[in-house]
Design a protein around this ligand. Structure first.
Ligand code: F6P
Length: 342
């Protein structure tokens, strides 16, 4: 039996560790022929493949990015796309596909499943915004990198008596900002789940100054916005799933804080540094466990399912229950963060 693997959407540290686990168990335990599908769903629209044997997965565990490439291609956005995918799968005798992705990529897997393509899902995104799983792989690495950035920014902010703002990713949720902010001891954490009042942010920084703290560290998630305002975007376009490019809230805050408080302020946008490079040990283990569980789902014919983490156990959940239901931050955790503000 031939089994395909694809990774779609933004990359996340650990994709290659998933591929390694899926392929190794697929070949060694189940005797499958494994095939890599290039650049996410685009590879199934355009029939672009690469063989995945044991040699191809050697040395993959610590490697960032995706050896298969990735894209935000949505076959349902191109004329005849879904049928093209089904034709290509049939012509190449691909019996099932392991789909590594976030909400968009897994949404396509769910829809393709409904029209006859057997798929299983693996939850991938640094944003950690997928429902029914405690964690997506890649998130832990992003938090680790953001925390290190906060540590470094702290020392320079303190030395120069400045406000430094760190803008992190996360799309419409504040998971990275919140966990990295707590871990790094940020003074203010701003998340999309709770729009902010700029006057309150400035007042808070001034109070710190009055109490003798001559610097402040602000962590802001890219999807955060002032109360009553529209989300702040980098450009006007949207991707094939309708998402705008977020970004710019850090600079907005920087200008406002400097204007209101008169304190010298700097802005750092962490950007794709959070997504690139080697996964943490935690993400390597999680990705490996997910990969093994995903190929087991294929072996057991449990299609239309996604592997997930619940507590410390790997379980499977229906893709249809995951799609389109954003997992927002735990507000109890946000309350904990607020205790350390100031
Ligand atoms: O969903 C992952 C993510 O990294 C978001 O945090 C971010 O908004 C987006 O992808 C950026 O994607 P790209 O720059 O690859 O289009």
């Amino acid at each position: 039996m031939k089994v395909g693997v694809l990774s779609g959407g933004g990359d996340a540290p650990g994709i290659n560790a998933v591929i390694r686990a899926v392929v190794r168990k697929g070949i060694r335990n189940y005797g499958y022929e494994m095939i890599g599908i290039k650049d996410g769903w685009r590879g199934l629209v355009e029939a672009a493949y690469t063989p995945l044997n044991l040699e191809a997965i050697s040395g993959l565990l610590p490697r960032g990015g995706s050896i298969l490439g990735t894209s935000r291609t949505n076959p349902f956005k191109c004329e005849g796309g879904p049928q093209q995918v089904l034709n290509n799968v049939r012509e190449n005798s691909i019996a099932a596909v392991v789909v590594i992705g976030g909400d968009d990529t897994l949404g396509v897997a769910h829809k393709m499943g409904e029209i006859g393509l057997p798929c299983v899902g693996v939850p991938k995104t640094i944003d950690n915004d997928l429902g029914l799983t405690d964690y997506t792989f890649g998130f832990h690495t992003a938090v680790h990198i953001a925390c290190e950035a906060i540590d470094r920014l702290h020392t320079t902010a303190e030395a120069h008596h400045r406000v430094i703002i760190l803008e992190v990713m996360g799309r419409y949720t504040g998971w990275i900002a919140l966990e990295a902010g707590i871990a790094g001891g940020a003074d203010i954490i701003l998340i999309p789940e709770e729009p902010f009042e700029i006057d309150e942010v400035c007042k808070f920084i001034e109070q710190r100054l009055e109490s003798g703290k001559t610097f402040s560290l602000v962590v802001v998630a890219e999807g955060s916005k002032p109360k009553g305002a529209k989300k702040i975007v980098y450009g006007t376009g949207v991707d094939e799933f309708g998402h705008p490019r977020l970004g710019g809230v850090g600079y907005y805050l920087g200008k406002e804080i400097e204007r209101c408080t008169g304190i010298d302020t700097r802005v750092v946008v962490l950007g794709h540094l959070q997504r690139g490079g080697s996964p943490t040990a935690y993400d390597r283990v999680l990705a490996t466990r997910y990969g093994i569980a995903a190929i087991d789902l294929v072996y057991n014919g449990q299609f239309g399912q996604m592997v997930a983490l619940r507590g410390n156990k790997i379980v499977s959940v229906p893709l249809k229950d995951v799609i389109g239901k954003r997992k927002t931050v735990d507000l109890e955790l946000y309350e904990i963060a607020k205790i350390f503000s100031g």
